[in-house]
Write a protein that binds this ligand. Sequence first.
Ligand SMILES: [Zn+2]
Length: 102
Amino acid sequence: MFKYIRDELLKIEPRVNVLVDVLVEELYGRRNSVNKETLWGCFGDEILKNIRVNLGKTQQCLDCGERIQKESRNKKFCNDCSVKREKQRQREKWHKNKHKYR
Ligand SMILES: [Zn+2]
């Protein structure tokens, strides 16, 4: 049964990667559209592989653990946390130097 659905889907879109992308979107992007069990039955391996690849392109923010895109080696925090840390850094700098301003 799963094999049949899988073959039918592959007739529509022979590139498994593209197919899995579309299916994952169907699965998690919309409600009540595709039977999730059927999908996992047909494409479980590919979906897992796909998810792993996507996770490989991201890393976790060191502060809050949110997934962020790996843009550069230096990027260790999500946008919210980098703004917070920058404010904190400015405040500490000001505290360190405030005697100079008096
Ligand atoms: Zn964060």
